[in-house]
Write a protein that binds this ligand. Structure first.
Ligand SMILES: [Cu+2]
Length: 331
């Protein structure tokens, strides 16, 4: 009998503890603002080198890519409202990536997705909290948003909870992936991928960007495989641009610049982004080269106080030769 009483007391104790833990969680479970996005998937002709020039060394794009820089891609494109008529402008440096989805810890993210392509697609987010129906990934057991048919739409609801936001060793904002996950491999190579940026609670401007930085860039290092079976179909790109064609990486001298660096692709996608001209702070250590594997998400900070035009490239020898290079400019 004494044993029974102890058991009951202990159960009560656990209920109280469980309630306290749940109470803590609910503090950050979608109790903040609501951020809504209107994103369509659309077919586009993408040009990996719109100038036709190797802007790093001068002269035309080298063989075998010369004349082979335009390919049919699918992209996530942001619109201003549910009519999906007016495109929301995005920074030119974002390139082939979908729009930046932002939230402050505590916010709820609502993404209205419209599939304007002729195949089944989805949006699967990393990092944020979701239930099965909002996971956006096609496998068993299926969720409601796992396959959006051609012409169909789905509204995803995700929560930027405490565990979506920066950890103890992170800066005030961090980056996560989102991508289509019906046939994940071919969806990603088609071009259906983009960044989510989550800012620490209390550290976000009204637009969700972090208060303690002056400028942000997102760059993806990925060899898009156009399944051509030849080297000319392997596009060693940064944000979908090769040989210095990535535009707009421009900042002002003295600014605190946050770089969100993303990797994706296959076993050849071992990339080592390298900045000339400046160093960055990465996980409390100083470097000017970052290691990236497929699926990687890395956030680093730079004090841009060395005016000039500087190379920004992958340091893997083969990838440099294939044009995985850009420049950034400090004015
Ligand atoms: Cu590389």
């Amino acid at each position: 009998m004494v044993e029974g009483v102890i058991r009951i007391l202990m159960m009560g104790f656990f209920v109280v503890i469980a309630g306290m833990v749940a109470g803590c969680n609910s503090d950050s479970l979608g109790q903040g603002g609501v951020r809504e996005y209107y994103i369509a998937a659309e077919e586009v002709i993408w040009d990996y080198a719109p100038t036709g020039q190797d802007l790093i060394h001068g002269g035309p794009i080298p063989e075998p890519w010369n004349g082979n820089t335009q390919w049919t891609k699918l992209r996530y494109i942001e619109y201003t409202d549910e009519s999906f008529q007016t495109r929301k402008p995005q920074p030119e440096w974002l390139g082939i990536l979908g729009p930046i989805i932002r939230a402050e810890v505590g916010d709820t993210i609502i993404v209205h997705f419209l599939n304007r392509t002729n195949r089944y697609l989805s949006i699967h987010p990393h990092g944020v909290r979701y239930d099965k129906d909002n996971e956006g990934a096609h496998y068993n057991p299926p969720g409601e948003g796992s396959m959006v048919p051609p012409g169909g739409s789905f509204t995803y609801t995700w929560i930027a909870d405490e565990q979506s936001g920066p950890g103890p060793n992170d800066p005030s904002s961090i980056v996560w992936w989102y991508h289509s996950h019906v046939d994940s491999t071919s969806d990603i190579y088609a071009g259906l991928l983009g960044p989510i940026i989550i800012t620490k609670k209390g550290m976000a401007n009204p637009d969700g960007s972090p208060k303690d930085v002056d400028r942000e860039f997102v760059t993806l290092f990925m060899v898009f495989d156009e399944a051509d079976g030849e080297e000319r179909g392997l596009m060693h790109s940064i944000n979908g641009y090769i040989f210095g064609n990535l535009p707009g990486l421009v900042m002002s001298s003295g600014e605190k610049v946050r770089w969100y660096i993303l990797g994706m692709g296959n076993e050849i996608d071992l990339h080592t982004p390298h900045w000339h001209g400046k160093t960055v702070l990465y996980n409390h250590r100083r470097t000017d080269v970052v290691e990236l594997l497929p699926g990687s998400m890395v956030t680093v900070d730079m004090i841009a106080d060395n005016p000039g035009t500087w190379l920004y490239h992958c340091h893997v020898a083969d990838h440099m030769d294939a044009g995985m290079m850009a420049v950034y400019r400090i004015e």
